[in-house]
Design a protein around this ligand. Structure first.
Ligand SMILES: NC(=O)c1ccc[n+]([C@@H]2O[C@H](COP(=O)([O-])OP(=O)(O)OC[C@H]3O[C@@H](n4cnc5c(N)ncnc54)[C@H](O)[C@@H]3O)[C@@H](O)[C@H]2O)c1
Length: 261
């Protein structure tokens, strides 16, 4: 049976993480080949091994998305492995959940570099390959911060609303090359980003959804009555990456159970 992404080759950053790995699974099941790109090599390798074991085409790549040289190597490696690059999913992200008073310059720079500047760098790096492929699409991950700003972590909200502009700017610049750009903004998604604690997304009892009060408040703020799953978000990415979305560019799709209303 024909897959909805047959012939596509996707680089997925944050591919070792919760939503990125769900995308890698869905994309390959729909016929795409993927580069699982992450700055945690063991996480990228684990996802790649799982995909290859089930007969799907995947390679791992260790990248810090904040580094433009590493982007060049990532695109070259993917093109060499699969012959072309048609799709970039910019999913790697970071946050430190402190208020404006608590946010240091270092935190600001780390979050802006990871969530916004890196998406610009990735786009710059893939466009020449997409031109060689005859077109493609860049899919950026936003957030409720792409809709409204709260009093929490200012860099997170600013980076995610900045992606509204970067997405439109990319769409306008590269439509002539048949390259689309779409922003996909999830609401509250049950993933390590808000449950666990990592270098790129530290949490403690006051912020983690392991704390039932935090879980319940995110659930209550979602009109459809449950947190999103990584698969809910991966489905929207798959649609946006497919030819079914061939006239969608410069816009935002929310996957938030109504949380942004
Ligand atoms: N979970 C949510 O509720 C939620 C909601 C809206 C948006 N998001 C966004 O979704 C994206 C993915 O988050 P997730 O929930 O899957 O979290 P996750 O922590 O499971 O995955 C994030 C991945 O990004 C990788 N990463 C972080 N910094 C990197 C860097 N500099 N270079 C390369 N890789 C890097 C991490 O290693 C990790 O694998 C993030 O951009 C986040 O802002 C999450």
């Amino acid at each position: 049976m024909a897959g909805r992404l047959d012939g596509k080759v996707a680089i997925i950053t944050g591919g070792g993480g919760s939503m990125g790995s769900a995308m890698a699974r869905l994309f390959t099941n729909e016929g795409a080949a993927v580069c699982v790109a992450d700055f945690r090599p063991e996480a990228a390798q684990k996802v790649t091994d799982e995909l290859n074991k089930s007969g799907n085409k995947a390679i791992p790549f260790t990248i810090d998305v904040r580094d433009s040289k590493q982007w060049q190597a990532c695109v070259a490696t993917t093109e060499k492995a699969f012959g072309k690059v048609t799709t970039l999913c910019n999913v790697a992200g970071a946050n430190v959940r402190v208020d404006f008073d608590g946010q240091t310059e270092d935190m600001w720079r780390m979050i802006m570099d990871t969530n916004l500047t890196a998406y610009f760098l990735g786009t710059k790096a893939v466009v020449p390959a997409m031109r060689r492929a005859g077109g493609g699409c860049v899919l950026n991950i936003g957030s409720l911060g792409s809709i409204r700003q709260g009093a929490g972590s200012p860099a997170y909200g600013v980076s995610k609303i900045g992606l509204v502009g970067l997405t439109r700017s990319t769409a306008a610049a590269y439509a002539k090359d048949h390259i689309r750009c779409v922003l996909i903004s999830p609401g509250h998604v049950d993933t390590d980003f808000i449950r666990g604690s990592s270098e790129h997304s530290p949490n403690d009892w006051s912020t983690s959804i392991d704390n039932p009060e935090n879980y319940e408040s995110r659930r209550r703020n979602t009109p459809l009555g449950r947190l999103c799953t990584p698969e809910d978000v991966a489905s929207a990415f798959m649609f946006a990456a497919s030819d079914e979305a061939s006239m969608i560019t410069g816009s935002m799709i929310t996957v938030d159970g109504g949380a942004g209303i």
